[in-house]
Design a protein around this ligand. Sequence first.
Ligand code: ADP
Ligand code: MG
Length: 507
Amino acid sequence: MQRRTILFARTKCNTVEKTDPYMKFTDLGLSPKVLSAVETAGYSEPTPIQAQAIPEVLNRRDVMGIAQTGTGKTAAFTLPMISLSEKGRARARMPRTLILEPTRELAAQVEENFNKYSINHKLNVALLIGGVSFEDQMRKLDRGADVLIATPGRLLDLFERGRILMTGVEILVIDEADRMLDMGFIPDIERIVKMVPFTRQTLFFSATMPPIIEKLADQFLQNPVQVQVAAAASTAKNIEQKLVKSPKKDFEKRAVLRGLIDNAVKLNNGIIFCNRKRDVATLHTSLSKRDYSVGSLHGDMDQTSRTKTLNGFRSGDIKLLVASDVAARGLDIPDVSHVFNYDVPTHAEDYVHRIGRCGRAGREGWAFTLLTPSDDKYIKAILELTGDDIAYVEGDAQASDEPEAKRSSRGRKTDKGEAAAENSSPRPKPRRTSRKKLNEDEVKASPAIEALEQHEEPSPKPKRAKPEKLERSGKRGRNRDDDNEPTPKGLGDHVPAFLMQSTRDVR
Ligand code: ADP
Ligand code: MG
């Protein structure tokens, strides 16, 4: 693989990094119509990944693009793709471009981006995602789509129903490529790759790329150029990260989390990540009972609720989103200022993506990770992967992003300051006692929460131990919160296809 690695110094930088101060969108070879759309979008200069990848894509090269979260990878593949689409004509039911995304929400977001960048083109885009009816999607396909933006499961379903011909695909984009090539998705990806022509151009993009996945990715690429503007898995430097020591018990963890939320003055919108779907639900209930403005998102929810919640969060009606890793990849919500890892992710790459939901496009972001004594090995893996030196704070009072005097209650339904928030909440004041004391006081103050907590309390239940063990086993696949419906069969103990492969040409 030809490598064009432009490694950036690990410095604090609040703007999208610039490769070359003289590099302009007009230098990259994009068509006038695309340049005009870029201007309308308000982008003055290309980001490094855009400056480096766009000319390569326009030269019809296969590309492996690695750049930090929130640095404009979507436009890095979309803009040249739209430029290239000006050559040639679409045929009915013969799309020329296929973009694969790991989640429905991300696919929908990429469609929005695509529409923004193609305002001067007459391209028909079909969004093919699960959880919604087939009819509209089939109608679109029958009318003729130039571009497919899809989650793998729905694409395969439609293909099997004879609704799509993929023999006209000239460009295949696999966004969040390392996620798409790990064992939850790889059987689907292998099938899809066999359906598109061998002569296609293939583009892979991600912020993380573990070496074993990179090796696999090479088999899908032909003489690729690697465009890497930062070390893979390096975190965006405009995100301030903190580790927050927390007791292990759920009700104590929740109190530490609330302390962080309440003390975060610059909190605009925040995403709270849990490792397990059931914890998403519990935490959601707990926070909403305390009058926080909160919604939840995980893969077992029906799509209508998922969409409604995400729209509410995007619009600012919902301030806090409790989510599983279904929200970890790619979502671009500029107002997200904070990420809270209620649980330490068990896959270190997920950490990079989770915290990458804040600090988008050079904005400031804060990422707090609650750390219980049993999380040591996971946090060690994260520190090794990212190379970051993350400071510890002791929870609650010290874990603020602003001086104490300015703190107020954030993330509540009412935003009239501490007094109003406290009035609408059963929580007592003062709140800044020692952490242990505060937690006990808080829990006792709320009968509803007390009931909830007591209900959850008996922890060594054999029933609960099982899923945790599976989740912690480090295996991805059925347990993970992904959208690769229908769920690939037999993946639990299945040896992933790529581990079985030698030099087989997977095209
Ligand atoms: P990534 O895929 O790298 O995580 P996205 O493609 O989602 O990032 O882009 C992150 C944000 O940056 C989006 O809101 C997008 O509109 C914005 N953006 C992209 N390119 C530029 C640019 N050249 N100048 C300013 N903002 C940009
Ligand atoms: Mg992206």
